[in-house]
Design a protein around this ligand. Structure first.
Ligand code: HEC
Length: 241
């Protein structure tokens, strides 16, 4: 279909999206409101333009669908922005404790931080942001961090993308699913292996560090990594209103 009504729907949808992308929450609400009013208007305009009642109704229906689609995209963008913020807050808190521990007593000392602080910090941030936060890996160190089915699929996709040369730092995944009758955002951000990570996840780990890792994690799979690979991912789950 390539009629003026379609174009009208497309233009109004795009303008909503553009307004929302650059705007505040309030602007987003206003944009959605204008768009849904616009959808009602499409039926009227179509009838006035001489379309049959049936065609006019169809145009209105299409407009509503387009508006729903755009509203969904706006909601998703806001949720993803929030998830990125949560990931940053969690990663930042964990990294600063890790760095301080490394400085104070090297990797052996820092191992204790990863061992005892990673999950409490995740829990703290989860409470603060009303979300579920975890870390997962295809080669997990802690048995708590085994990915579930969908997380495994995303991690495999990250690996495939990294193998093709995509920048791991920028890799992410997001989708909105129905969960317990609510919409839920599933968000994952890839964690690249940096130089410092290789001290505890690399190919040439100090014997004392390795001994302690083996003691704390008898089923450890998280060694043998080189810089630039995907070590794992942060997972954020957030119910949407
Ligand atoms: C001082 C040693 C040490 C360093 C350095 C370190 N890690 Fe870890 N890492 C650990 C330990 C110990 C765990 C298990 C934590 C737990 O018990 O929850 C872990 C777990 C993880 C996990 C969760 C999945 C799993 O395998 O259990 C990810 C992801 C991870 N590390 C990524 C990184 C990245 C990325 C870096 C570099 C920025 C890094 N680590 C640096 C010791 C370290």
């Amino acid at each position: 279909m390539n009629n003026p009504i379609n174009k009208l729907v497309l233009i109004s949808s795009l303008s909503v999206l553009l307004t929302a992308c650059g705007g505040s929450d309030k602007m987003t609400d206003v944009a959605k409101d204008v768009a849904s009013k616009g959808a009602e208007k499409v039926t009227e305009v179509a009838e006035a333009a001489g379309a049959s009642t049936e065609v006019a109704a169809k145009a209105g229906e299409m407009a509503t669908k387009a508006v729903d689609h755009v509203s969904g995209a706006i909601d998703k963008k806001a949720a993803v922005d929030e998830a990125k913020k949560i990931t940053k807050a969690f990663g930042g808190a964990l990294k600063s404790e890790l760095k301080a521990a490394m400085k104070a007593g090297g990797p052996i000392n820092a191992l204790d931080i990863c061992n005892t602080r990673a999950n409490p910090i995740a829990a703290e941030k989860a409470k603060e942001f009303n979300a579920i936060i975890s870390r997962v890996s295809l080669k997990n160190r802690s048995p708590i961090n085994i990915p579930n089915e969908w997380q495994k699929a995303v991690l495999e996709d990250f690996d495939a993308r990294a193998a093709k040369g995509e920048d791991v730092k920028k890799m992410g995944f997001s989708e909105i699913v129905e969960h317990n009758g609510k919409k839920q955002l599933r968000f994952m951000k890839a964690l690249p292996v940096g130089e410092v990570c290789t001290k505890c996840h690399g190919t040439n780990i100090d014997a004392k560090v390795q001994a302690k890792i083996s003691e704390l994690y008898p089923d450890d799979k998280a060694t043998g990594y080189t810089v630039g690979q995907v070590r794992g991912a942060v997972v954020i789950l957030k119910d949407l209103n």
